[in-house]
Design a binder for this molecule. Sequence first.
Ligand SMILES: Cc1cc2nc3c(=O)[nH]c(=O)nc-3n(C[C@H](O)[C@H](O)[C@H](O)COP(=O)(O)O)c2cc1C
Length: 414
Amino acid sequence: MHDTTAIATPQLKPRAGKNANPRYAELYRRYPTIDYLRRRARQRLPHFAFEYSDGGSGKDDAGIKRNWAALDAVELVPRYGVMPSLPPCDVELFGRRYAAPIGISPMGGPAIVWPGADINLARAAQRARVPYTLGVVGCATIEKIAEVAPDVFWFQLYRAPRNDHAIGFDLVRRAQAAGAHALVLTLDVPVRTTRAREVVVGLGGAFHPDFKMMLQMAMAPAWSMALRKNGIPRFSNLRAYVGENASINDMVEFARREMGGAFTWEEVARYRDLWKGTLIVKGILHPQDAEKAVALGADGLFVSNHGGRQIEALPAPIDVLPAIVSQVGKRATVMMDSGIRSGADVVRAYALGAAAAFAGRAFLWGLGALGEEGPGHVIDLLIEETQAALGQLGAHTPDEARSVVIRHKGALQF
Ligand SMILES: Cc1cc2nc3c(=O)[nH]c(=O)nc-3n(C[C@H](O)[C@H](O)[C@H](O)COP(=O)(O)O)c2cc1C
């Protein structure tokens, strides 16, 4: 007789362990995947806030759709006949241990989507022990995030060239003093492009809430309560440079005037000299650019097309990832973002050589659907699904996922 108790299928839910959320089972029943959070966010947020979280550039969000389709097209062939397990999926990035090969990408103005977003994201990341990247045009200060998420805090910078980078260098000094674990320089916004869905809802420039926006806010009571609790979103890191009493529009105008353009390689080299810790360059899509960044001393890269928010003709990061890993993977930590919506996506990226897969919008949708408990639920889902995907493949560790057979027809050859 076979002893069936010995081969019980590992139970996925609810997750055990010290980070387990007692509400997980209840949240999981209502939002079993990130797409459910997206649908709920669309119903629950003011329309302009959802559009900010969800839109991209170009015709009909074609770049976003390409990112999704390219990830969906990567097939991983499982091997069976081994005892299934739910492998721990913690990883080391730049000498620190994180709970999973996932993280939160930097975002400007996330508090438009959910007032208080930056703090909510940072808290959830700290609790779960995954990296959180504060955007320089985020809505909480470097110093505040360092307090809330001391173990997992990374800082992203856009180029601010005036007075020989006086502001950029000051921000870097602040991040260093606050103990940020990595500095991320974003290279992939050399020009401003049109994000039509933002423009038509009134977020294309200065913020002048019209009757339509006021109505949308009034019809979104949970969002309005979060606004009352957290105040009007501001680019808090810039306050020191724009002025203590700067209005939201002073800050928007300042950011548009002072920040922008991609860092040049000479500038990357200067930041490399200034910043003593881990340096990451974000937005790389060509192996030779990866080579250049690493030659200048970058410790890591984000292969990224800014989540389809620049032009829709860019390749999906998953499709250029293998070429970039093969170029610099032995000398630098290659990560990716753009389009990640599930643990299966995380494992696809990992299997193709990424040390971690980060997400932006998934976390905004979590906030939109569930407010402050949303980011934690997104992390829980991504970790659960990553473990499940590894288990399904017969991988006992994330690294074993790299030896499965992969069909990746979209891979770009250079
Ligand atoms: C609303 C929003 C704002 C963003 N702001 C920034 C930013 O300030 N700096 C930056 O480097 N990337 C920014 N990004 C890009 C993200 O860091 C990331 O590359 C992208 O969201 C990943 O794609 P995904 O949203 O499909 O996960 C932003 C993305 C979104 C959705």
